[in-house]
Design a protein. Sequence first.
Length: 215
Amino acid sequence: MNRRDAIFTALSPELAVSMGVVADLLQDNPDLNSVRKKLDFGSDEYWNHWGSRFLEGRVPRHYSQADTVPDPLISLILKDYFKVGAELLESAGEVHSLSMIAENATGELLERYLATVLEPLGWIWCSGSSIKKIDFVGPLKNGERQLLQVKNRDNSENSSSASVRNGTKISKWFRSKSKTGVTRWDLFPDSMAVKKLSEIEFKNFALNYLVNLPK
């Protein structure tokens, strides 16, 4: 066992192999490094930090409200252009802030839900944003790892396509169409997963996850 994998085993014997698969991909494609901290890529300190992030990304967490001050121009536009009544303006800023948090939370909840279905099928959730542009690494197919980027909607921020290792492409899938709300579970790029994924199950997962978060 090399030093990197020994570090992963010390961090989590259960997930050491999964971390090793993602780390192999990262070492083959260092441009996908997502660690901003100034650490020597590939050093023991780097892999300890990287592995800890991978694991921490799987820990259930609360979603906190941003501490930024609302732009007063928003209230002005709501009042004078959209004719929003004074009784609604007071709560508009807070509701908008909470809506943004909820939207961001939905993206993470989507990854968590997919992980519950995909990992038993041999996929690996790249938790903790452990590698750029890739959210899930799939089983070998024709000698190459399947790479997948997921988004909540088609208008979500999306990075450009990237080729990795011998021309393998990062596939992309999004949950719903922004203009119609139509979901695309039936188009998920894994035939076994399609049988298990659904909008109802996703909503049930999200609600159960949020309700059962530690106080």
